[in-house]
Design a protein around this ligand. Structure first.
Ligand code: 5GP
Length: 170
């Protein structure tokens, strides 16, 4: 396996995921939560996060593709796989691995809001603030990261390195 520099260690990820989960537990106490993970990058984060949640919840997924090269998004987003239930009247929590330019999340929020949920909140493990092109209101953010292409803990490069336990960069 290729060696990467560690940007965020396994220990720090674990600690932060628990902290995010307790905020979500507090904010949605006694409510049902409809969680939408954005594949593929969310899978490890979503798995660890949902294990800490105490409210009744449904876990669903969406898969989107954005045209562009390997490391830059084009902003043209296409839904490859949509949610499996109606979102009408539900408390939706979108779980994403990373928000970079914000174009993907902006598109997702607009699409999800058309389905008339009761509320929509965003939870992202990473936020590359310096690359913002569209501001989205992030409700739960794990870490701000610098302008580096990061891999690990679900995030890939050419569909590899998702299984690293840490967030790394070259
Ligand atoms: P955005 O539309 O916010 O620019 O990009 C969001 C998507 O681009 C993420 O869901 C992710 O798939 C990809 N992406 C953006 N930055 C990185 C990065 O540093 N590493 C990896 N692996 N994917 C990234």
């Amino acid at each position: 396996m290729q060696k990467f520099k560690v940007l965020i260690s396994e220990k720090d990820i674990k600690k932060r995921v628990k902290a995010l989960a307790s905020r979500i537990n507090r904010d949605f106490k006694g409510e049902h939560l409809y969680i939408i993970g954005i594949l593929n990058g969310c899978y490890m984060f979503l798995s660890d996060l949902t294990k800490e949640l105490k409210m009744p919840c449904t876990v669903d997924f969406m898969r989107v593709s954005s045209y562009g090269n390997a490391t830059e998004t084009s902003g043209i987003v296409r839904i490859i796989m949509d949610v499996s239930e109606s979102l009408s009247g539900k408390n939706v929590l979108i779980v994403e691995d990373i928000i970079d330019t914000g174009l993907t999340m902006d598109y997702l929020i607009r699409t999800i809001k058309q389905k008339k949920p009761k509320s929509v909140k965003i939870c992202t493990l990473l936020h590359k603030k310096v690359k913002t092109r569209i501001n989205v209101d992030i409700d739960y953010c794990g870490f701000e990261v610098p302008d580096k292409f990061v891999v690990g803990y679900g995030l890939d490069y050419n569909n590899m390195y998702r299984n690293l336990r840490y967030i790394g960069y070259k």
